[in-house]
Design a protein around this ligand. Structure first.
Ligand SMILES: [Zn+2]
Length: 344
């Protein structure tokens, strides 16, 4: 039997985040800045990679005036008036790409982004959110929460400043050269359809975006546009791939919280967390048929407000679809038109 050596424990070499308007150099020519967010997760990281006479930004922060002011302070302060040469946008979530439109227009610089992420951001501008109602109703989501989740898209549009008409595609296995440094491009599904990560083997640094975070498990959710999707399956495959493709002692520069080492250990913890949640669902569905909504308090006992309910519900469906794909659950429709799950 092959015995895996234990993964190195998680450690935090830069435990203090940079103050507003300041940066921390986390590797030669790599700066870390942090922007405020108006959510329970109240901050997002942004990184700058030295690129000749300027800086390549990795993500932008959310598309609100506070973050624009924070960018202006950085550009006039620690960046010493040096220009931005481009943006790497890891995924379509507004806390990461909110200021892509504002920055690319201002600096006339290219945007590098995975194609699915770019197209997803674009599609949200054209979707009729009310049409998503049946997806939530057939899973038994209460009316108040359904009302909220079917208008969330409008909220997204308030948190982004648009996209340029053109972009450069980041693709799994591709490479990006920034300031003479070579970065391997990795992508992974689950949290977003094709989230980009950058790995510099030579400097042993890895920009993990939101794929691997330390304090929280990234949200994995099924969206109404693709009700049978298996984002949890995609996410777990990505975690396995990261453990194979990225060095165990790499410095991880994540989208939220502080940089860390111990990528393999953290990926293992996240996989175990989801396995435990699938176990809870299996136990609940073994005693009686359950709707996805019935399963929310089993996975998220503290969630009560309708806004959190939307996230929790979509995450439950992700676990349900993964288990259905593996033949561990079956879904059936009863006379009331609502979908229920039971164990096989
Ligand atoms: Zn995200």
């Amino acid at each position: 039997m092959l015995i895996q050596p234990p993964a190195a424990p998680i450690a935090f070499p830069y435990p203090e985040p940079p103050e507003a308007g300041c940066v921390t150099e986390v590797a030669p020519g790599v700066l870390w800045a942090r922007f405020w967010l108006p959510f329970r997760l109240n901050h997002v990281n942004m990184y700058l990679i030295e690129d000749g006479d300027g800086w390549m930004a990795v993500d932008t922060g959310i598309g609100l005036d506070d973050t624009k002011d924070a960018w202006n302070s950085l550009l006039e302060g620690p960046l010493r008036g040096r220009r931005l040469t481009g943006i790497v946008a890891t995924h379509f979530h507004p806390d990461h790409i909110g200021l892509v439109g504002w920055l690319t227009e201002r600096f006339g610089m290219p945007l590098h982004m995975p194609r699915t992420e770019f197209l997803t951001a674009l599609a949200i501008q054209h979707r009729a959110f009310a049409a998503n109602r049946p997806f939530y109703e057939e899973h038994g989501l209460p009316k108040e929460a359904t009302d909220l989740v079917t208008t969330n898209g409008h909220g997204y549009l308030r948190l982004v400043t648009g996209l340029p008409t053109q972009f450069h595609r980041l693709v799994m296995g591709g490479r990006l050269t920034i300031g003479g440094r070579r970065f391997d491009v990795l992508t992974g599904g689950g949290h977003a359809p094709e989230q980009a990560m950058l790995y510099c083997v030579e400097d042993n640094i890895f920009f993990s975006a939101d794929q691997v975070l330390t304090k929280i498990s990234p949200n994995i959710s099924v969206q109404p546009m693709e009700p049978e999707a298996d984002p949890l399956g995609a996410y777990l495959s990505s975690l396995t791939h990261l453990r194979e493709a990225v060095a165990a002692d790499v410095l991880v520069l994540p989208g939220h919280h502080v940089p860390f080492t111990g990528l393999h250990a953290r990926a293992g913890e996240l996989a175990a967390h989801h396995a435990e949640r699938c176990g809870l669902i299996a136990a609940a569905c073994a005693t009686a048929p359950r709707t996805a909504t019935d399963l929310v308090p089993i996975l998220f006992p503290r969630v009560t407000d309708p806004h959190q309910m939307g996230f929790a519900f979509s995450e439950v469906v992700a676990h349900v679809n993964y288990m259905r794909n593996r033949g561990e659950l079956v879904q059936f429709r009863e006379a009331d038109g609502v979908l229920r799950m039971r164990t096989t």
